[in-house]
Design a protein around this ligand. Structure first.
Ligand code: ZN
Ligand code: ZN
Length: 83
């Protein structure tokens, strides 16, 4: 199983984006859940927004709420931030 450094999540997530059938237009919006390879707990819920939806403040937001959640196979080196 691949292990990466925490700072590389934003790069790695691109390899794991998945069009979700529950999203409008089956976009890849959602939470991508990364687990620690140390303690095994969730390391980070990474938010990916496809850019098709904007919040009132102009930021990119999820196209559907609640957004789908995807467990990513890649592990993050070290224990989760809470441990
Ligand atoms: Zn979207
Ligand atoms: Zn932990």
């Amino acid at each position: 199983m691949a292990t990466i450094q925490p700072g590389n999540i934003y790069i790695d997530v691109r390899n794991h984006l998945g069009n979700d059938p529950t999203n409008p237009d089956q976009c890849a919006c959602g939470w991508y859940i990364y687990y620690s390879n140390g303690c095994g707990h969730v390391y980070e819920d990474y938010k990916h927004a496809c850019g098709g939806t904007r919040t009132k403040s102009g930021k990119s937001g999820f196209c559907k709420s609640p957004a789908p959640r995807h467990n990513v196979q890649t592990r993050i080196a070290g224990n989760s931030p809470l441990c």
